[in-house]
Design a protein around this ligand. Structure first.
Ligand code: ADP
Length: 504
């Protein structure tokens, strides 16, 4: 059959009829209408012609010598090359047309003598339209089948990767973080069974140790579609806390916004890392103290007077040793706090007094850096660890001073906020310094995270201060965060909840 679509060309018609008048009449009628007509007088010739060049439609006489129309039709229908061609039976005047048989052997219609032009054309066009639509449907069907198969293959691949992945994987709705599917590794990691996990939310399972970090993650995902290597703490069914490195992809499951979470359990890696760092720190402490003692002795002049160059070199030695001691102490401090070796000693204390003490402690550094320090204390009684809060405020002030320019002002203030479920005191440390890029606002509270890799060298920091602050604030059930605009400055906030008895 011609590959040109039937809609844009007139059909190719094969007439098989042994009566010359019929042939001539039909042929002339159809040629007149623009159809391409081939006519043969024998069934066998018609069959050969149909196979050699399949027409769009066949008009077939019922009564013919040798092979009658029904037999020709049966042959056509039995051959894959011609079985789809619609066959319209023709019966001459006086012929008996067995309509039931005609349809049974595969005919689609019939026309009888005397031929009426409109009727013949209408029947031919009808059947061609049906044929065309059938073909279109078949093509669409084939395409659909292919698409289904491709989708099935893709699904199979994903499902295999999902089931056999050593990484915990879960699919959860974005609106409630309700689990739709989880893989066996996820179940092993979390300690839950499939029935316990599916259909339940992260909150119901109490999986997320830090719900706010998860809420932020979901917010970011809605903006960005994917997030990679996010560190989150998860609580397993037995209450054990695991550290997961998460990659999250946004997916749309039949109109439901979902997150595909692929996790990497780095708990053991973190433990080893911590163990290594603390081991090294412990080992460094004693030699560093003795090194500092030796440098002090050199500086005291008891071993002989140093010339100016010697004193400069000694100064560099002392500065760097002090930095190393600070680093080692900070590491050990954070580690001991995390492991619970140093508990917070909460006692009644006064917020205004703490703010003043912190300002006084940082006054000398501010003056050296030509920064004006301003305090707006607030008289509130707290139940907190005063030493640790002082450490937090001085650290925030020290950072604010470090990252400001001479002539700038750094201020520390406090205000009472009345927010459910508790009233709270909000302490803010504000600077007009260089600011912090948006993507670092959360990260800087992690251990060793600095905006600029050279910050510790240039500014003498250790990259641990904010991690320590966060730990102290969290131990007071509080929150710490920063708001900042690059080039304009930063404000660090510490929100500490107050129990009603703490309010004066
Ligand atoms: P460091 O000892 O390096 O100060 P922190 O944990 O206290 O360690 O701070 C981490 C990093 O956060 C700093 O190195 C700096 O890059 C950034 N940072 C902290 N406070 C400020 C601030 N007030 N202005 C600009 N950047 C800051």
């Amino acid at each position: 059959m011609s590959s040109q679509p039937l809609t844009t060309r007139k059909a190719d018609i094969l007439i098989i009829d042994d009566t010359p008048e019929n042939l001539n009449l039909l042929s002339a009628m159809l040629t007149d209408q623009g159809y391409k007509v081939r006519s043969v007088t024998k069934g066998s010739t018609g069959l050969r012609g149909a196979i050699a060049a399949p027409p769009d439609i066949i008009l077939l006489d019922v009564n013919m010598p040798e092979m009658n129309g029904y037999e020709v039709c049966q042959h056509l229908k039995a051959d894959a090359r011609t079985c789809e061609i619609p066959v319209i039976f023709i019966s001459a005047l006086g012929d008996v047309l067995d309509k039931v048989k005609a349809f049974k052997v595969g005919g689609v219609d019939y026309i009888t003598k005397p031929f009426q032009v409109e009727e013949v054309l209408a029947r031919i066009e009808n059947n061609l339209t049906i044929r065309r639509l059938t073909k279109q449907l078949q093509a669409q069907n084939t395409q659909l089948q292919q698409e289904i198969q491709e989708r099935q293959r893709a699904e199979e691949k994903f499902s295999k990767a999902f089931r056999s992945s050593p990484n915990p994987i879960a699919i959860a709705t974005l609106s409630e973080t309700r689990f739709i599917d989880v893989n066996p590794s996820f179940l092993t990691m979390s300690g839950y069974s499939l029935e316990q996990a599916i259909g339940h939310t992260l909150a119901e399972l109490n999986l997320g140790k830090n719900p706010e970090a998860i809420a932020t993650l979901i917010e970011q995902l809605q903006e960005k579609d994917y997030l990679h290597n996010q560190e989150l703490e998860f609580r397993t069914q037995s209450g054990q806390v695991k550290i997961l490195l998460l990659s999250v992809e946004y997916i749309d499951l039949a109109g439901v916004e979902c997150a595909l979470l692929i996790a990497n359990d780095i708990t053991e890696r973190k433990r080893l890392e911590n163990e290594f760092i603390s081991l090294v720190s412990h080992e460094l402490r004693t030699p560093l103290t003795s090194l500092m003692g030796a440098l002090d002795l050199l500086g005291s002049g008891q071993l002989g007077k140093l010339n100016e160059r010697g004193q400069n070199v000694l100064k560099i030695g002392i500065t760097n040793t002090e930095r190393l001691i600070r680093l080692v102490n900070d590491i050990l401090d954070l580690e001991r706090m995390k492991s619970g070796a140093i508990a917070m000693r909460k006692i009644p204390c006064n917020a205004a007094k703490l703010v003043k003490e912190a300002t006084e402690a940082m006054q000398a550094m501010a003056e050296r850096s030509q920064i004006q320090l301003v305090a707006h204390p607030l008289e509130i009684e707290l139940h907190a660890d005063p030493d640790r809060l002082l450490q937090t405020f001085t650290n925030l002030l020290s950072n604010a001073i470090k990252f400001s320019e001479p002539g700038d002002t750094v201020s520390i203030g406090a205000e009472l906020t009345k927010k459910e479920p508790h009233d709270a005191i909000l302490i803010s440390v504000k600077d007009t310094g260089r600011g912090i890029p948006a993507d670092k606002l959360q990260l800087i509270f992690e251990r060793f995270q600095q905006v600029d890799a050279s910050d510790s060298r240039k500014k003498g920091g250790t990259g641990l201060g904010l991690a320590i602050c966060r730990h102290i604030v969290e131990q007071h059930d509080g929150k710490i965060w920063v708001e900042s605009t690059l080039g304009e400055g930063s404000t660090f906030f510490v929100l500490l909840p107050l129990s009603p008895s703490q309010l004066i």
